[in-house]
Design a protein around this ligand. Structure first.
Ligand SMILES: [Zn+2]
Length: 246
């Protein structure tokens, strides 16, 4: 409901790590927000989808066109779970020749210049869904996307310096495979990154104030936790590697 009513923007996040530009999960409005944030699509090195749900993938085709100059300058990578390409594909066939396409498999590692992408876990969600760890000069950044809770999650992200975690609900609903706030706190406490960023809030979380929830997790775990905001920029090191929420 938050996406459908645009209570928060849904363009995903843009990473600049050691000069490598990655767009993760370009949901509805990504193209507009990229331009509003003065980011340049032709500077992208890769677009990654954690999964095919529309709030994570809606703008994947138009962003692939934007990255490749309308397809006239084929370049860059598109990394997606296999079910984004096969039946009822979210990646249109006509954009596929514009870009190098990689089907994500669990434990796969991939290098883009000086950074390494790793896909440490397939999460539990109704469609094929993969988390990412981005390894760059100042550490390891983990993205824990949509999933229901299970013990293997903490193990998969062990040792990351920064953690982005999708927390949709305050209370779980068995029909919806998403983390709730108590589960997010438990995972942050077990993984113990230097900094954790909560994002992907549903209505329950917005009503409960994401900022307050982040503060409560900081108080109970001693870990620096922040709530993402539209347009937020976070510097991860002295070299100005950036995350930009769009
Ligand atoms: Zn989803």
């Amino acid at each position: 409901m938050v996406v459908l009513n645009q209570l928060r923007h849904s363009g995903g996040f843009w990473l600049n790590l050691d000069g490598v530009n990655i767009l993760q999960d370009p949901g509805p409005g990504s193209l507009c927000m990229v331009h509003q944030q003065k980011l340049v699509p032709k500077n992208l090195d890769a677009i990654i989808l954690s999964h095919r749900h529309i709030d994570h993938s809606n703008d994947v085709n138009v962003m692939t066109e934007a990255m490749t100059g309308g397809g006239f300058q084929p370049r860059g990578m598109l990394m997606v779970p296999p079910d984004c390409l096969n039946s009822d594909p979210v990646v249109l066939k006509y954009v596929r020749p514009f870009v190098g396409i990689t089907e994500i498999t669990m434990s796969m590692k991939f290098k883009i210049r000086d950074i390494t992408l790793e896909f440490p876990i397939k999460t539990r969600h109704p469609v094929e869904t993969f988390g990412t760890i981005y390894e760059f000069s100042s550490g390891r950044l983990g993205y824990l996307p949509d999933t229901e809770y299970f013990p293997g999650l903490a193990e998969a992200y062990k040792g990351v310096d920064y953690l982005i975690i999708n927390v949709v609900r305050m209370k779980s609903d068995n029909r919806i495979m998403h983390l709730n706030m108590a589960e997010a706190r438990d995972l942050i406490n077990k993984i113990r990154p230097k900094k954790a960023i909560l994002t992907h809030f549903g209505l329950q979380v917005l009503k409960a104030s994401p900022e307050l929830q982040a503060k409560l997790i900081t108080e109970s775990t001693g870990i620096d936790v922040v709530a993402a905001n539209d347009g937020m920029k976070i510097s991860l090191d002295k070299k100005e590697s950036l995350e930009n929420w769009i």
